[in-house]
Design a protein around this ligand. Sequence first.
Ligand code: NAG
Length: 254
Amino acid sequence: MARLVNLEILTFFLGIGHSIVTQILKKEPTAKVVGVSRSEEPLKQLASEYPERFVYVAGDLLNDDTSKEVIKKTIDTFGHIHGVVLNAGVLEPVASIADANIDDWKKLYEINVLSPLSLASKAIPYLRFTSGRLVFVSSGASVSNYRGWGAYGSSKAAINHLAASIAAEEPGLFSISIAPGVVDTDMQVQIREKHKPNMSEENHKKFTTLKETGQLLPAHVPAAVLANLALYGQGDDINGKYLRYNALELDSYK
Ligand SMILES: *[C@@H]1O[C@H](CO)[C@@H](O)[C@H](O)[C@H]1NC(C)=O
């Protein structure tokens, strides 16, 4: 696979995002990254470790001004955008559709769908100059049903559709939606400890068993694939698709 030089990668991270950023910085010595997260401490740490190659915006992408600021900071600091990783996700509300609280759903959709949409939309004009890449972090729940997960699953299905729509609309760009597998993050803690009452016994057990048998994925495993796609993703065969991180089609990105 061709190596690119002078990559500037714009990254939106919460959770798995941190691993994506460090892998991009380690893998590709010319890569520069702009991170955005609500928690400033990990961003500060990265900025002191990579003073020449990492800058950040500490803010909430629910506020549209934050995505404007991220784009401006990226262009002002590094001049180009070659890739964007959109890694936003909250699981709650976990409750059946019949019990849907619309305000809770709106909040989830703002975080999981509208925030990535806002950043992607503002990045596209710059990505056209670089034939750049958009990598959306999706979920297996986007294509399967778990009782109580209607809000999360449907929001991730929307993410798959965004990636596909961009592929249809932007001929020079590469856009893909990736399920990272069941990763050992705080979301799994919440599933195990908080959401049992509103999930099916069987689905809940699946997750607790994965934990008990040491089968939850460490974040760095899917993050490696996401980082490689942000750096080098290309190809009509996978452009616009939703794939699991370990799909055969992604062998060259593992
Ligand atoms: C479970 O669903 C009910 C609505 O049916 C909701 O009030 C409650 O907050 C949910 N529990 C959790 C932990 O989200």
